[in-house]
Write a protein that binds this ligand. Structure first.
Ligand SMILES: [Zn+2]
Length: 421
């Protein structure tokens, strides 16, 4: 497919206008049912269901020791002690996606549909991203959103919006750590509590932060019914800014262009691919908006990964359906009303708001798009809470940091957020 070099001028996104932290009562009141926000998850005391689930999985987890990596030493990945034969199929070491342990499915890093892009964004939700979601809606474009559990707790209304908008939700762990560095029980909890969230849907897919997965972690995810989704093309959009001052806009543009060029020269004639991008900050979202028309021209189809995989039931709650690839290609990008079913929410007191109001301006003041600031959803409650309470503001400050693929930009974001708050 030819590349159309029309240059889309994206709307200016102003995070100061876009985002003010808010407290959402039902979530705030239920914090004790979840791990501490943005700290490594563990099974909560007296959580019998979690204990039982872990017990049912434990015996199928390969005896692989946690890896010696941490947030501040990613360069040590593949350190001297790890065999070059990559016995654990450690993606961080050699991009391995075909497990060596028995009984585990191959990671999803491409999609079977030709000339198709598996589209999605990591690290949401976040209070300042409504303009971006408005943009996707304006294009009738659905994506796979890889949500961090702690972010969902901080920004439950945005998480609900993603469901209502018809995006596919996958888990991106509770606290966004290197999963292979955690104990097996911690890794279990990072996934277990992340999928026990406030949207009322239980994902069946996950993406490891930093792509850091091995057969031990895969087995835990598989025990929870989670498909592991990696990527083939990395926009490296997260690197721009404090994460790596040497990375320029041109570098990130070039990464996008590489994918667009590959699409244009027939690379995906027999099978499509998956790109890693982020709803991380204004830059990453601006890049996504800027390149969307070019991707749209370069690929025959841009769909959520689940659609490209013909996953009809994206969640354990079977009332939610994804369109088939054929349906999506024919223009049916969402099935049903995607309403939040309060009966599905794990927190019994959490009921979906009838209207997620933004009247406090706490959620969104889109700049330059003229698009709506109201998120509508259907539920059984009349609750319209979207206050500017800062009940979880401490977590917000932490959140801002771990929202990132790197600790360095986290710190920068945390500083900015502190100024906002
Ligand atoms: Zn991430």
């Amino acid at each position: 497919m030819g590349v159309v070099l029309t240059w889309y001028v994206p709307p200016a996104l102003d995070p100061n206008a876009e985002c003010t932290g808010y407290g959402y009562g039902p979530v705030t009141n239920a914090l004790s049912q979840f791990p501490t926000i943005l700290e490594i998850a563990s099974i909560l005391p007296n959580d019998g269901a979690a204990v039982d689930k872990w017990a049912s999985i434990q015996s199928s987890v390969p005896n692989i020791a946690p890896k010696n990596i941490s947030l501040d030493i990613p360069a040590s990945v593949g350190g001297a002690d790890y065999p070059k034969t990559d016995p654990d199929c450690w993606w961080s070491f050699a991009k391995c996606t075909t497990p060596k342990a028995q009984g585990l499915p191959v990671d999803i890093s491409t999609v079977p549909e030709p000339n198709t892009l598996g589209y999605g964004f990591d690290d949401g939700p976040f209070c300042g991203h409504n303009v971006f979601y408005d943009f996707l809606s304006s294009q009738n474009q659905k994506a796979t959103m890889y949500f961090i559990g702690s972010n969902v707790m901080n920004f439950p209304l945005q998480a609900q919006r993603a469901v209502v908008d018809g995006h596919e939700i996958c888990a991106h762990t509770w606290s966004h750590k290197y999963m292979t560095s955690l104990t097996s029980e911690e890794a279990f909890a990072e996934l277990y509590y992340t999928i026990k969230l406030v949207t009322g849907v239980t994902p069946t897919c996950w993406r490891p932060p930093y792509g850091d997965v091995d057969d031990r972690v895969r087995a835990i995810a598989n025990g929870l019914g989670l498909r592991t989704i990696i990527w083939t093309y990395d926009s490296n959009d997260w690197k721009f800014g404090p994460a790596d001052p040497t990375v320029t806009v041109a570098d990130v543009d070039s990464n996008y262009q590489d994918l667009i060029s590959a699409a244009g020269n027939g690379t995906f004639a027999t099978a499509g691919t998956i790109i890693l991008t982020h709803e991380l900050n204004n830059f990453t979202m601006q890049e996504a908006i800027k390149f969307y028309p070019m991707l749209k021209s370069a690929f025959a189809h841009i769909t959520p990964v689940g659609v490209a995989m013909n996953v009809s039931n994206p969640y354990l709650e079977t009332e939610y359906k994804l369109p088939s690839f054929a349906q999506y290609a024919a223009g049916t990008t969402t099935l049903g009303s995607n309403t939040i079913n309060s009966n599905d929410t794990v927190i019994s007191s959490l009921v979906a708001p009838t209207v997620i109001t933004t009247s406090t301006s706490s959620l969104a003041t889109p700049t330059g798009t003229g698009t709506t600031t109201t998120q509508s959803t259907t539920g059984t409650s009349t609750e319209t809470t979207a206050t500017t309470s800062k009940t979880v503001s401490g977590a917000l400050r932490l959140h801002a940091g771990s929202n990132l693929e790197s600790l360095v930009p986290c710190l920068a974001w945390a500083m900015v957020m502190c100024l906002w708050l």
